[in-house]
Ligand binder design. Structure first.
Ligand SMILES: [Mg+2]
Length: 439
Protein backbone atom coordinates (compact mmCIF):
# COMPACT_ATOMS: atom_id res chain seq x y z
CA UNK A 1 0.00 0.00 0.00
CA UNK A 2 1.31 3.43 -0.91
CA UNK A 3 2.20 5.87 1.89
CA UNK A 4 -0.48 8.37 0.77
CA UNK A 5 -3.21 5.66 0.88
CA UNK A 6 -2.10 4.61 4.36
CA UNK A 7 -2.21 8.21 5.53
CA UNK A 8 -5.70 8.65 4.05
CA UNK A 9 -7.00 5.49 5.78
CA UNK A 10 -5.52 6.68 9.06
CA UNK A 11 -7.20 10.09 8.77
CA UNK A 12 -10.56 8.49 7.91
CA UNK A 13 -10.33 6.17 10.95
CA UNK A 14 -9.47 9.11 13.19
CA UNK A 15 -12.47 11.06 11.86
CA UNK A 16 -14.79 8.09 12.50
CA UNK A 17 -13.45 7.71 16.05
CA UNK A 18 -13.92 11.44 16.66
CA UNK A 19 -17.52 11.30 15.46
CA UNK A 20 -18.16 8.21 17.63
CA UNK A 21 -16.77 10.03 20.68
CA UNK A 22 -18.86 13.12 19.85
CA UNK A 23 -21.95 10.95 19.56
CA UNK A 24 -21.20 9.11 22.79
CA UNK A 25 -20.56 12.26 24.76
CA UNK A 26 -23.01 14.66 23.13
CA UNK A 27 -25.67 12.28 21.88
CA UNK A 28 -27.41 12.57 18.54
CA UNK A 29 -27.59 15.90 16.72
CA UNK A 30 -30.06 18.22 18.40
CA UNK A 31 -33.49 17.74 16.77
CA UNK A 32 -35.62 20.81 16.05
CA UNK A 33 -39.39 20.87 16.59
CA UNK A 34 -41.07 20.74 13.20
CA UNK A 35 -44.73 20.52 14.15
CA UNK A 36 -46.99 20.25 17.18
CA UNK A 37 -50.44 18.75 16.68
CA UNK A 38 -53.30 17.28 18.70
CA UNK A 39 -54.80 13.81 18.48
CA UNK A 40 -58.30 14.17 19.94
CA UNK A 41 -60.01 10.85 20.57
CA UNK A 42 -62.60 9.32 22.90
CA UNK A 43 -62.52 5.53 22.43
CA UNK A 44 -64.30 4.85 25.75
CA UNK A 45 -66.44 8.02 25.67
CA UNK A 46 -63.92 10.05 27.73
CA UNK A 47 -62.25 12.82 25.75
CA UNK A 48 -58.49 12.20 25.55
CA UNK A 49 -55.99 14.78 24.28
CA UNK A 50 -52.62 13.54 23.06
CA UNK A 51 -50.03 16.00 21.72
CA UNK A 52 -47.80 14.79 18.90
CA UNK A 53 -44.48 16.52 18.23
CA UNK A 54 -42.59 15.81 15.03
CA UNK A 55 -38.96 16.88 14.54
CA UNK A 56 -36.71 17.72 11.60
CA UNK A 57 -35.20 14.23 11.92
CA UNK A 58 -36.93 11.55 9.91
CA UNK A 59 -39.01 9.20 12.07
CA UNK A 60 -38.22 11.03 15.33
CA UNK A 61 -41.44 12.08 17.06
CA UNK A 62 -43.13 11.81 20.44
CA UNK A 63 -46.49 11.70 22.21
CA UNK A 64 -47.63 13.42 25.41
CA UNK A 65 -50.86 13.38 27.40
CA UNK A 66 -52.71 16.67 27.90
CA UNK A 67 -56.09 15.22 28.85
CA UNK A 68 -58.53 17.51 30.67
CA UNK A 69 -61.69 15.75 29.64
CA UNK A 70 -64.18 18.32 31.03
CA UNK A 71 -62.65 21.21 29.01
CA UNK A 72 -60.83 19.22 26.34
CA UNK A 73 -61.42 21.51 23.37
CA UNK A 74 -59.82 24.44 25.20
CA UNK A 75 -56.62 22.46 25.81
CA UNK A 76 -56.51 21.53 22.14
CA UNK A 77 -56.84 25.19 21.16
CA UNK A 78 -54.12 26.22 23.62
CA UNK A 79 -51.77 23.71 21.99
CA UNK A 80 -52.62 24.52 18.40
CA UNK A 81 -53.06 28.31 18.56
CA UNK A 82 -50.37 29.21 21.11
CA UNK A 83 -47.81 26.46 21.76
CA UNK A 84 -47.42 25.31 18.15
CA UNK A 85 -46.17 28.72 16.86
CA UNK A 86 -44.20 29.28 20.07
CA UNK A 87 -42.31 26.00 19.71
CA UNK A 88 -41.68 25.85 15.94
CA UNK A 89 -37.95 25.49 15.23
CA UNK A 90 -36.92 25.23 18.90
CA UNK A 91 -34.58 22.40 20.03
CA UNK A 92 -36.59 19.35 21.13
CA UNK A 93 -33.88 18.14 23.52
CA UNK A 94 -34.02 21.06 25.99
CA UNK A 95 -37.00 19.82 27.95
CA UNK A 96 -36.72 21.72 31.22
CA UNK A 97 -35.80 24.95 29.45
CA UNK A 98 -38.79 24.64 27.11
CA UNK A 99 -41.06 23.85 30.07
CA UNK A 100 -40.02 27.11 31.79
CA UNK A 101 -40.40 29.03 28.53
CA UNK A 102 -43.92 27.68 27.87
CA UNK A 103 -44.96 28.21 31.49
CA UNK A 104 -43.87 31.85 31.44
CA UNK A 105 -45.05 32.61 27.92
CA UNK A 106 -48.66 33.30 28.89
CA UNK A 107 -47.66 35.52 31.83
CA UNK A 108 -50.81 34.39 33.70
CA UNK A 109 -50.25 30.76 34.55
CA UNK A 110 -50.99 27.79 36.84
CA UNK A 111 -54.39 27.04 35.36
CA UNK A 112 -55.62 23.59 34.35
CA UNK A 113 -56.08 24.36 30.63
CA UNK A 114 -52.58 25.75 30.10
CA UNK A 115 -50.94 23.20 32.41
CA UNK A 116 -52.49 20.34 30.44
CA UNK A 117 -51.37 21.90 27.16
CA UNK A 118 -47.82 22.24 28.52
CA UNK A 119 -47.96 18.65 29.79
CA UNK A 120 -48.83 17.37 26.32
CA UNK A 121 -45.70 19.01 24.93
CA UNK A 122 -43.51 18.12 27.93
CA UNK A 123 -44.35 14.41 27.83
CA UNK A 124 -43.89 14.33 24.04
CA UNK A 125 -40.38 15.78 24.50
CA UNK A 126 -39.55 13.05 27.07
CA UNK A 127 -40.81 10.46 24.57
CA UNK A 128 -38.54 11.96 21.90
CA UNK A 129 -35.53 11.93 24.24
CA UNK A 130 -36.21 8.30 25.11
CA UNK A 131 -36.45 7.38 21.44
CA UNK A 132 -33.16 9.24 20.77
CA UNK A 133 -31.43 7.41 23.61
CA UNK A 134 -33.06 4.11 22.62
CA UNK A 135 -34.23 3.76 26.22
CA UNK A 136 -37.57 3.74 28.07
CA UNK A 137 -38.17 7.03 29.92
CA UNK A 138 -37.79 5.41 33.36
CA UNK A 139 -34.14 4.78 32.43
CA UNK A 140 -33.64 8.51 31.75
CA UNK A 141 -35.01 9.15 35.27
CA UNK A 142 -32.35 6.94 36.84
CA UNK A 143 -33.65 3.42 36.27
CA UNK A 144 -35.82 1.01 38.23
CA UNK A 145 -36.25 0.95 41.98
CA UNK A 146 -38.67 -1.94 41.60
CA UNK A 147 -39.63 -4.61 39.08
CA UNK A 148 -43.25 -3.53 38.58
CA UNK A 149 -45.80 -1.08 39.93
CA UNK A 150 -48.16 -2.14 42.73
CA UNK A 151 -51.67 -0.84 41.96
CA UNK A 152 -55.07 -0.39 43.54
CA UNK A 153 -58.36 -0.66 41.75
CA UNK A 154 -61.95 0.37 42.49
CA UNK A 155 -64.57 -1.84 44.13
CA UNK A 156 -67.97 -0.19 44.42
CA UNK A 157 -71.60 -1.06 44.87
CA UNK A 158 -74.96 0.39 45.80
CA UNK A 159 -75.06 -1.93 48.86
CA UNK A 160 -72.30 -3.18 51.18
CA UNK A 161 -72.40 -6.89 50.09
CA UNK A 162 -71.90 -5.78 46.49
CA UNK A 163 -68.82 -3.74 47.44
CA UNK A 164 -67.41 -6.73 49.32
CA UNK A 165 -68.09 -9.12 46.43
CA UNK A 166 -66.36 -6.76 44.01
CA UNK A 167 -63.39 -6.35 46.34
CA UNK A 168 -63.09 -10.15 46.61
CA UNK A 169 -63.17 -10.42 42.82
CA UNK A 170 -60.22 -8.01 42.52
CA UNK A 171 -58.33 -9.73 45.35
CA UNK A 172 -58.77 -13.02 43.44
CA UNK A 173 -57.19 -11.31 40.42
CA UNK A 174 -54.13 -10.55 42.55
CA UNK A 175 -54.79 -6.99 43.76
CA UNK A 176 -53.39 -6.37 47.25
CA UNK A 177 -54.96 -2.88 47.42
CA UNK A 178 -58.64 -2.07 46.82
CA UNK A 179 -60.47 1.25 46.98
CA UNK A 180 -63.99 0.75 48.34
CA UNK A 181 -66.90 3.12 47.56
CA UNK A 182 -70.56 2.78 48.52
CA UNK A 183 -73.72 4.24 47.04
CA UNK A 184 -76.15 6.26 49.15
CA UNK A 185 -79.78 5.35 48.49
CA UNK A 186 -81.27 7.97 46.20
CA UNK A 187 -78.14 10.10 46.20
CA UNK A 188 -75.31 10.85 43.81
CA UNK A 189 -72.53 9.00 45.60
CA UNK A 190 -69.01 9.11 44.27
CA UNK A 191 -67.83 6.04 42.34
CA UNK A 192 -71.02 4.10 43.08
CA UNK A 193 -74.66 3.96 42.06
CA UNK A 194 -77.60 5.34 44.04
CA UNK A 195 -80.04 2.43 43.70
CA UNK A 196 -83.75 2.93 42.96
CA UNK A 197 -84.68 5.08 45.98
CA UNK A 198 -85.99 8.61 45.37
CA UNK A 199 -85.03 11.30 47.88
CA UNK A 200 -87.32 14.24 48.61
CA UNK A 201 -85.58 17.43 47.52
CA UNK A 202 -86.48 20.97 46.52
CA UNK A 203 -85.06 20.35 43.04
CA UNK A 204 -85.13 17.55 40.49
CA UNK A 205 -81.37 17.04 39.95
CA UNK A 206 -78.80 14.79 41.66
CA UNK A 207 -78.79 15.05 45.47
CA UNK A 208 -76.00 14.63 48.00
CA UNK A 209 -76.02 15.07 51.77
CA UNK A 210 -72.64 14.86 53.57
CA UNK A 211 -74.07 13.31 56.79
CA UNK A 212 -75.77 10.46 54.90
CA UNK A 213 -72.52 9.73 53.10
CA UNK A 214 -70.53 9.89 56.34
CA UNK A 215 -72.61 7.29 58.18
CA UNK A 216 -72.84 4.90 55.25
CA UNK A 217 -69.18 5.08 54.22
CA UNK A 218 -67.88 4.46 57.76
CA UNK A 219 -70.21 1.46 58.14
CA UNK A 220 -69.15 0.07 54.77
CA UNK A 221 -65.43 0.39 55.55
CA UNK A 222 -65.90 -1.29 58.95
CA UNK A 223 -67.73 -4.16 57.29
CA UNK A 224 -65.06 -4.45 54.56
CA UNK A 225 -62.30 -4.76 57.17
CA UNK A 226 -64.27 -7.38 59.13
CA UNK A 227 -65.19 -9.49 56.11
CA UNK A 228 -62.10 -9.06 53.92
CA UNK A 229 -59.55 -9.61 56.68
CA UNK A 230 -56.51 -7.71 57.86
CA UNK A 231 -54.16 -8.46 55.00
CA UNK A 232 -55.79 -6.54 52.16
CA UNK A 233 -55.01 -2.81 52.00
CA UNK A 234 -58.22 -0.77 51.89
CA UNK A 235 -58.47 2.73 50.47
CA UNK A 236 -61.32 5.23 50.31
CA UNK A 237 -61.96 8.48 48.40
CA UNK A 238 -64.12 11.12 50.15
CA UNK A 239 -63.91 13.20 46.96
CA UNK A 240 -63.72 16.58 48.68
CA UNK A 241 -67.38 16.49 49.68
CA UNK A 242 -67.18 16.92 53.44
CA UNK A 243 -67.24 20.22 55.33
CA UNK A 244 -63.94 20.51 57.29
CA UNK A 245 -65.30 19.59 60.72
CA UNK A 246 -66.97 16.45 59.30
CA UNK A 247 -63.72 15.61 57.50
CA UNK A 248 -61.88 15.64 60.84
CA UNK A 249 -64.56 13.39 62.37
CA UNK A 250 -64.41 11.06 59.37
CA UNK A 251 -60.62 10.64 59.53
CA UNK A 252 -60.95 9.84 63.26
CA UNK A 253 -63.88 7.45 62.74
CA UNK A 254 -61.99 5.34 60.17
CA UNK A 255 -58.69 5.28 62.10
CA UNK A 256 -59.37 1.82 63.67
CA UNK A 257 -59.97 0.38 60.16
CA UNK A 258 -56.27 1.06 59.30
CA UNK A 259 -56.78 2.32 55.76
CA UNK A 260 -53.84 2.38 53.36
CA UNK A 261 -54.99 5.92 52.76
CA UNK A 262 -57.99 8.22 52.94
CA UNK A 263 -58.13 10.30 49.77
CA UNK A 264 -59.35 13.87 49.26
CA UNK A 265 -61.02 14.16 52.65
CA UNK A 266 -60.79 17.95 52.24
CA UNK A 267 -61.32 20.12 49.20
CA UNK A 268 -58.34 22.14 47.90
CA UNK A 269 -59.98 25.25 49.37
CA UNK A 270 -59.90 23.74 52.88
CA UNK A 271 -56.41 22.23 53.00
CA UNK A 272 -55.34 24.27 56.05
CA UNK A 273 -57.55 21.86 58.04
CA UNK A 274 -55.05 19.03 57.41
CA UNK A 275 -53.21 20.40 60.46
CA UNK A 276 -56.28 19.76 62.61
CA UNK A 277 -56.71 16.23 61.26
CA UNK A 278 -53.04 15.44 61.83
CA UNK A 279 -53.24 16.57 65.44
CA UNK A 280 -56.12 14.22 66.15
CA UNK A 281 -55.48 10.91 64.38
CA UNK A 282 -53.01 8.81 62.43
CA UNK A 283 -55.21 7.95 59.42
CA UNK A 284 -52.89 8.08 56.36
CA UNK A 285 -53.89 10.98 54.10
CA UNK A 286 -53.62 11.31 50.31
CA UNK A 287 -54.28 14.57 48.50
CA UNK A 288 -53.65 16.45 45.31
CA UNK A 289 -55.60 15.41 42.20
CA UNK A 290 -57.05 18.91 41.78
CA UNK A 291 -53.78 20.75 42.49
CA UNK A 292 -52.28 22.93 39.76
CA UNK A 293 -49.35 24.53 41.47
CA UNK A 294 -46.43 23.98 43.88
CA UNK A 295 -48.11 26.59 46.09
CA UNK A 296 -50.64 23.91 46.93
CA UNK A 297 -48.51 20.81 47.58
CA UNK A 298 -45.33 22.37 48.98
CA UNK A 299 -46.70 23.38 52.43
CA UNK A 300 -48.59 20.07 52.88
CA UNK A 301 -45.40 18.11 52.15
CA UNK A 302 -42.88 20.28 54.00
CA UNK A 303 -45.07 20.42 57.11
CA UNK A 304 -45.64 16.66 56.88
CA UNK A 305 -49.42 17.10 56.89
CA UNK A 306 -50.16 14.40 54.33
CA UNK A 307 -48.67 10.98 53.56
CA UNK A 308 -49.20 10.68 49.80
CA UNK A 309 -49.11 13.22 46.97
CA UNK A 310 -51.53 12.12 44.29
CA UNK A 311 -51.49 14.90 41.74
CA UNK A 312 -52.85 14.46 38.24
CA UNK A 313 -49.56 14.61 36.34
CA UNK A 314 -50.95 16.44 33.29
CA UNK A 315 -52.81 18.92 35.49
CA UNK A 316 -49.56 19.94 37.21
CA UNK A 317 -47.85 20.47 33.85
CA UNK A 318 -46.36 17.09 32.94
CA UNK A 319 -43.49 14.78 33.87
CA UNK A 320 -41.03 17.63 34.46
CA UNK A 321 -42.80 19.19 37.46
CA UNK A 322 -43.98 15.76 38.69
CA UNK A 323 -40.47 14.35 39.02
CA UNK A 324 -39.41 17.48 40.91
CA UNK A 325 -42.41 17.19 43.27
CA UNK A 326 -41.60 13.50 43.85
CA UNK A 327 -37.95 14.29 44.68
CA UNK A 328 -39.09 17.07 47.01
CA UNK A 329 -41.58 14.77 48.76
CA UNK A 330 -38.91 12.10 49.23
CA UNK A 331 -37.01 14.45 51.56
CA UNK A 332 -40.03 14.53 53.87
CA UNK A 333 -40.94 10.85 53.80
CA UNK A 334 -44.06 11.56 51.71
CA UNK A 335 -44.86 8.95 49.06
CA UNK A 336 -46.41 9.17 45.58
CA UNK A 337 -49.83 7.92 44.44
CA UNK A 338 -50.29 9.62 41.06
CA UNK A 339 -53.90 10.03 39.91
CA UNK A 340 -54.70 7.29 37.38
CA UNK A 341 -58.38 7.49 36.31
CA UNK A 342 -59.94 6.64 32.93
CA UNK A 343 -59.60 10.25 31.80
CA UNK A 344 -55.84 9.94 31.51
CA UNK A 345 -54.69 8.69 28.10
CA UNK A 346 -52.51 5.55 27.91
CA UNK A 347 -49.56 7.89 27.28
CA UNK A 348 -50.29 9.59 30.62
CA UNK A 349 -50.55 6.21 32.37
CA UNK A 350 -47.15 5.27 30.88
CA UNK A 351 -45.73 8.52 32.35
CA UNK A 352 -47.17 7.57 35.77
CA UNK A 353 -45.54 4.15 35.53
CA UNK A 354 -42.15 5.65 34.55
CA UNK A 355 -42.26 7.82 37.69
CA UNK A 356 -43.47 4.89 39.82
CA UNK A 357 -40.54 2.74 38.74
CA UNK A 358 -37.87 5.40 39.03
CA UNK A 359 -38.83 7.19 42.28
CA UNK A 360 -37.68 5.68 45.58
CA UNK A 361 -40.67 7.15 47.44
CA UNK A 362 -43.31 5.43 45.30
CA UNK A 363 -46.37 4.54 47.36
CA UNK A 364 -49.09 3.07 45.14
CA UNK A 365 -50.58 3.59 41.66
CA UNK A 366 -54.27 3.98 40.83
CA UNK A 367 -55.13 1.59 38.00
CA UNK A 368 -57.70 1.97 35.24
CA UNK A 369 -58.39 -0.81 32.79
CA UNK A 370 -57.72 -0.17 29.08
CA UNK A 371 -60.74 -1.31 27.04
CA UNK A 372 -60.74 -2.90 23.58
CA UNK A 373 -61.47 0.36 21.74
CA UNK A 374 -58.57 2.05 23.57
CA UNK A 375 -56.35 -0.83 22.47
CA UNK A 376 -57.49 -0.32 18.90
CA UNK A 377 -56.09 3.24 19.02
CA UNK A 378 -53.09 2.84 21.36
CA UNK A 379 -50.54 0.02 21.51
CA UNK A 380 -47.67 -0.63 23.90
CA UNK A 381 -49.46 0.32 27.13
CA UNK A 382 -48.19 -0.86 30.53
CA UNK A 383 -49.65 -4.32 31.18
CA UNK A 384 -51.48 -5.47 34.32
CA UNK A 385 -50.60 -8.79 35.94
CA UNK A 386 -51.58 -9.88 39.48
CA UNK A 387 -52.17 -6.29 40.59
CA UNK A 388 -48.84 -5.06 39.19
CA UNK A 389 -48.38 -2.83 36.15
CA UNK A 390 -45.37 -3.68 33.99
CA UNK A 391 -43.76 -0.99 31.82
CA UNK A 392 -43.22 -1.43 28.14
CA UNK A 393 -39.45 -1.74 27.64
CA UNK A 394 -39.50 -0.02 24.22
CA UNK A 395 -37.82 3.43 23.85
CA UNK A 396 -39.69 6.50 25.14
CA UNK A 397 -43.13 5.61 26.47
CA UNK A 398 -43.15 2.60 24.15
CA UNK A 399 -46.57 3.68 22.90
CA UNK A 400 -47.71 4.03 19.28
CA UNK A 401 -50.98 5.55 18.10
CA UNK A 402 -53.07 4.50 15.11
CA UNK A 403 -54.36 7.93 14.07
CA UNK A 404 -56.92 6.45 11.68
CA UNK A 405 -58.39 4.39 14.51
CA UNK A 406 -58.30 7.48 16.78
CA UNK A 407 -60.40 9.36 14.21
CA UNK A 408 -63.12 6.68 14.45
CA UNK A 409 -63.83 7.89 18.01
CA UNK A 410 -64.12 11.69 17.83
CA UNK A 411 -64.96 13.87 20.83
CA UNK A 412 -68.58 13.21 21.72
CA UNK A 413 -68.35 9.49 20.94
CA UNK A 414 -70.46 7.55 23.44
CA UNK A 415 -71.73 10.68 25.17
CA UNK A 416 -75.40 11.15 25.91
CA UNK A 417 -77.76 13.37 27.87
CA UNK A 418 -76.33 16.18 29.95
CA UNK A 419 -72.75 15.26 29.19
CA UNK A 420 -73.32 15.56 25.45
CA UNK A 421 -75.18 18.81 25.94
CA UNK A 422 -72.28 20.16 28.06
CA UNK A 423 -69.69 19.23 25.40
CA UNK A 424 -68.12 16.62 27.71
CA UNK A 425 -68.37 18.78 30.83
CA UNK A 426 -69.83 17.77 34.18
CA UNK A 427 -73.22 18.84 35.49
CA UNK A 428 -74.14 19.79 39.03
CA UNK A 429 -74.98 18.13 42.36
CA UNK A 430 -77.01 19.87 45.08
CA UNK A 431 -78.07 19.30 48.66
CA UNK A 432 -81.77 18.62 49.28
CA UNK A 433 -82.43 22.33 49.76
CA UNK A 434 -80.73 23.22 46.48
CA UNK A 435 -77.26 24.30 47.69
CA UNK A 436 -74.55 23.32 45.24
CA UNK A 437 -71.88 20.92 46.51
CA UNK A 438 -68.40 20.09 45.23
CA UNK A 439 -68.29 17.24 42.72
MG1 LIG B 1 -59.98 11.33 44.20
Amino acid sequence: MKRRTLLGAGLAAAATAASQIARATRGLPSPKIKDVSVIATAPEGLRLTVVKITTDQDGLYGYGCGTFTQRAELVNLAVERYLRPFLAGKPADRIDDLWQAMYDSSYWRNGPVLNNAISGVDQALWDIKGRMANMPVYQLLGGKHREAVDCYTHADGSEIPQVIDNARRFMAQGFRHVRCQIGIPGMAGYGSSRGDVKVDALHSGPVFEPNFYFRRAVKMLEECRTQLGDEVELLHDAHERLPPILAIQFAKAVEPIRLFFLEDVLSPEDIAYFRNIRQQCATPLAMGELFNSPHEWTPLVSERLIDFIRMHVTQMGGLTPARKAAAFAEQFGVRTAWHGPGDVSPVGHAANVALDLACYNFGIQEYSHFGDRTREVFSGMPEMKNGYLYANEAPGWGIEIDEKAAAKFPFGYGESGERKQMNGGWGEIRRRDGTIIKQ
